[in-house]
Design a protein around this ligand. Structure first.
Ligand code: FEO
Length: 183
């Protein structure tokens, strides 16, 4: 008897999304290392914490696949892209990664709609909401940097920005406490 409540294409799509979240975790980790090397400990701290949050997204999908009687697969994660050239590029790339991830989530939602897989549709809504918050967070980074002076920001304003980001509330707790019963 087949007890897997996910179709093969849906299970594969969810596994791909697990990999994408794992990739995002590696990207944030590598950008964090870059920022640390540049002397921006606060920005690095923010990016490291976000890396952990991305990993928690991967685990959330893994748990959902298991809950539906499926079999998650841990795939190879591609290497992160090259280091950014400066903070502006770093934050722009963060935003672009989040938009790419939103598009991937929308594909999952579309597939669940096509298959009338309402359980997965419902599950994916947590990620739709999460992506809204993550894009907003990334836009906020870009805005904060613009206010600090962008590429021409003074050392003093970059120091303040770095300190602010280092002290920003930890989003990771939110993702960790959420589960499929309590999205
Ligand atoms: Fe898990 Fe930033 O998306």
């Amino acid at each position: 008897m087949n007890t897997n409540r996910l179709s093969v294409p849906m299970q594969n799509a969810l596994i791909s999304q697990m990999t994408k979240e794992g990739h995002a975790a590696q990207i944030y980790l590598s950008y964090g290392i870059w920022a640390d090397n540049q002397g921006y400990g606060g920005i690095a701290n923010f990016l490291y914490r976000h890396s952990t949050e991305e990993r928690s997204h991967m685990i959330k999908i893994m748990e959902y696949i298991l809950e539906r009687g499926g079999k998650p697969v841990v795939e190879a994660i591609p290497a992160p892209p090259q280091d950014p050239k400066n903070i502006t590029e770093c934050f722009n790339k963060v935003f672009q990664h989040e938009v790419d991830n939103t598009n991937a989530i929308y594909k999952l939602v579309n597939l669940s709609l096509e298959e009338k897989d309402w359980a997965t549709w419902n599950f994916a809504q947590w990620f739709v909401k999460e992506q809204l918050e993550e894009e907003k967070l990334a836009l906020d980074l870009i805005d904060k940097l613009k206010i600090a002076g962008g590429d021409r920001a003074s050392d003093e304003s970059l120091f303040t920005l770095d300190k602010t980001l280092g002290e920003m509330p930890d989003e990771e707790t939110l993702a960790r406490t959420a589960n499929t019963e309590n999205p």
